[in-house]
Design a protein around this ligand. Structure first.
Ligand SMILES: [Zn+2]
Length: 697
């Protein structure tokens, strides 16, 4: 409690904060008083100079600059000077301007990328000890302030004055009529479609870090779970992070014939306690208590399997976690909402995710997800799963993972083959042209690709780092043990090689730098998976077992069915938060439970024969990934479209090379060029229908 004489000072200080922050916000958001007059004056002047044919260009440019111009950028005369100096009023000037921006931004991105790669090299590659300063280098991002800098030196305003900002609707309605150059201009404009003040970015970063921390410390100590008879079903020292590890353990328990079902039911119970926040606060991340998740009874632990002293002096009660999960989600929402006023072409987080990042309208995504969820294949595949399990479905069987194929070769045999073939990263590098030719690339193209991909020994499991400019090379980071590469490492390396091939072709062989890449992350993942699926072919080990394809497709369908429901919950809760911006955590919890139950009752209850299940809301991404979940579902759909197309053509190399040259245009246009159809669920549903027919008991 502050002392009495401190109150006025605190109060005045608080009032000062409210006022100054309020005024700052206003200055950035409200139009400057002189702006309208300046715009009218400039419009007349520019039309007089460049002609009536330029009037649409002039009006759009002026409005775009005005939308982002702040008092700190200059007064009326600075604004007018800027516009008169920098408006490109004829095609020849505009062409020169476009070419130079394209060339120079490639240099900027490319070199920033090279600096980042170099700074992270010590921490990412197997190059000896990492010192603390290496970590500081690795964490530094040289390009963090570029957008700010470009608004300050007005290069961003030059783009806004001369090139169009577009909405997703415009890109979808007109995009198929646009030239490649027009698409490239659209991508240039999008780089400067937001001007988010540093303090707003900071608020988002803080919320993200709070949610990350909450999720990253949310462990369940499994040996301390007690069933009704007092049994401990799980072994000592098993600590599982929600929800990933809990779900993976649940999946692994399908192999435990004796206790599997009891374990799975217990994990489901833990998950439901987390979602409903009836979980006792004291059991979260605490090995010092024993907990029966069914009765919710908590006691001092009578066994010790962890030395940690954390929470050891907390009072042991079963008082529930006080809706922290939902308080954290609200924080993420409120921080995201602060960006809204600075993002005129996508003024909500929902719009930024769907219209900007995915470039597929939310309504289309929803329709695709619903087409999987309500497909007549759902009860058919559910029936197959019931037959395989020999029992009726339980709610946790949304994570059924028994569509696995026993390979012809054991992991140990494969390890031996791969280790002999690739004792070092260099050996893998040397064999790349050969592998790429097996995938259908011509000798010349295979050698060209291999020349542009460097192979580095990674500390982690592996990743692909693309180049940012045409004069640089892509990096394939792969894990090679002392005695050579093992099969798991090889399988990942082939996946990463798929990314590298896509990155190289869609950068080096593209007509416009601004169109480099693919429409979104799901596309490059799909291509990488196509490569990965051929890993045994590359080793010369035949795999032609039609049932393995059938089972893989059934597995993909069931996983898509599961994640499509989670996606609808994720989308539903963000809409609810936007409709109820001043909700309390308790209200948000009630809404989340209702949304999860509604989705369950509509799409799952009919086959699971059980209502009001809340399991779909357990995903940690819902709390900490800002509406990311639908990407998984869309990824499966896109992946099947690309796979089907490659199968039709019969050559990975030829098809991938053709597809990726479209670059980062709208996803639907890319997919139409690649397969003849827009992004959708048809390919997955057709493949599943075929797999259902070909499935042998
Ligand atoms: Zn990948």
């Amino acid at each position: 409690m502050p002392k009495l004489n401190q109150i006025p000072i605190l109060f005045i200080f608080a009032l000062f904060l409210v006022l100054t922050v309020g005024i700052n916000m206003k200055a950035q958001l409200v139009h400057l008083v002189w702006m309208k007059d300046s715009q009218t004056k400039l419009e007349k002047e520019l039309i007089a100079k460049f002609g009536e044919s330029q009037s649409a260009h002039i009006q759009k440019g002026l409005k775009q600059v005005a939308d982002f111009w702040r008092a700190e950028d200059g007064d009326a005369s600075a604004f007018e000077d800027f516009v008169l100096t920098n408006f490109a009023g004829d095609q020849a000037t505009l062409d020169v301007m476009f070419d130079r921006f394209e060339n120079l931004l490639e240099q900027l991105n490319g070199h920033m990328n090279e600096i980042g790669l170099a700074f992270r090299q010590q921490s990412e590659l197997e190059l000896g000890p990492i010192y603390p300063f290496d970590e500081t280098f690795a964490a530094y991002s040289p390009d963090a302030h570029i957008t700010d800098d470009f608004f300050k030196n007005k290069l961003a305003f030059i783009v806004l004055l001369n090139f169009p900002l577009t909405t997703l609707n415009e890109r979808l309605a007109n995009g198929d009529q646009w030239s490649r150059r027009q698409w490239a201009e659209v991508r240039l404009g999008q780089r400067f479609s937001k001007r988010i003040p540093a303090e707003v970015n900071q608020a988002v970063a803080e919320a993200a870090s709070i949610t990350d921390q909450y999720i990253s410390e949310y462990n369940t100590y499994m040996h301390h779970l007690i069933d009704i008879k007092g049994n401990r079903l799980f072994p000592p020292k098993m600590r599982l992070l929600s929800h990933w590890n809990l779900r993976d353990e649940l999946k692994a328990d399908y192999n435990d014939k004796e206790h599997g079902i009891a374990k799975q039911k217990m994990i489901q119970q833990v998950m439901e306690r987390i979602v409903t926040q009836t979980i006792p606060e004291v059991v979260v991340n605490n090995p010092n208590v024993d907990w029966n998740p069914f009765t919710n009874e908590v006691k001092q632990a009578v066994v010790k399997d962890f030395d940690t002293l954390s929470k050891s002096n907390i009072k042991i009660t079963n008082a529930p976690e006080p809706d922290t999960r939902y308080a954290i989600l609200l924080k993420a929402f409120l921080a995201s909402k602060k960006v809204d006023p600075y993002s005129p072409t996508a003024p909500t987080l929902i719009a930024r995710k769907f219209d900007e990042e995915r470039e597929i309208p939310e309504a289309s995504v929803k329709a695709m997800l619903e087409s999987v969820l309500s497909s007549s294949l759902v009860p058919k595949i559910a029936k197959i799963i019931e037959e395989r399990l020999g029992r009726s479905l339980e709610p946790y069987d949304i994570w059924y993972n028994g569509f696995r194929v026993k390979g012809k070769y054991s992991e140990a045999q494969l390890d031996e083959i791969v280790k002999k073939r690739y004792p070092t990263a260099d050996a893998y590098k040397a064999d790349m042209p050969n592998m790429l030719m097996k995938l259908g690339f011509s000798k010349e193209r295979a050698e060209y690709l291999a020349d542009n991909i460097l192979v580095d020994p990674a500390r982690g499991s592996g990743h692909a780092a693309g180049a940012g400019m045409r004069s640089a090379k892509a990096h394939l980071r792969t894990r090679v043990g002392k005695d050579g590469m093992d099969y798991k490492g090889f399988n990942i390396a082939v996946h990463e090689m798929g990314h590298n091939v896509e990155q190289t072709l869609s950068l080096n062989d593209i007509d416009h730098y601004f169109l480099n890449g693919v429409p979104n992350v799901a596309f490059t993942e799909a291509i990488a998976f196509v490569f990965q699926a051929h890993d045994l072919d590359l080793l010369g080990l035949s795999t032609s077992d039609p049932q393995s394809d059938v089972l893989k497709t059934l597995n993909d369908f069931w996983m898509t069915y599961e994640i499509a429901g989670v996606s609808l919950v994720d989308m539903g809760i963000w809409h609810w938060m936007y409709d109820h911006p001043s909700a309390t955590p308790a209200e948000l919890k009630a809404a989340m439970l209702q949304i999860a139950k509604d989705v369950w009752n509509t799409y799952y209850a009919p086959v699971f024969k059980k209502k009001d299940v809340v399991l779909l809301a357990i995903y940690s991404h819902i709390i900490h990934s800002f509406l990311y979940i639908p990407d998984y579902a869309i990824g499966y759909l896109i992946s099947h479209q690309i796979e089907e197309q490659v199968k039709k053509s019969g050559s990975v190399g030829v098809e991938v090379e053709r597809m990726v040259k479209a670059g980062s245009i709208a996803p639907d246009l890319w997919m139409k060029n690649a397969t003849g159809s827009p992004v959708g669920s048809e390919a997955l549903l057709n493949a599943t229908e075929r797999a259902w027919k070909e499935y042998k008991k």
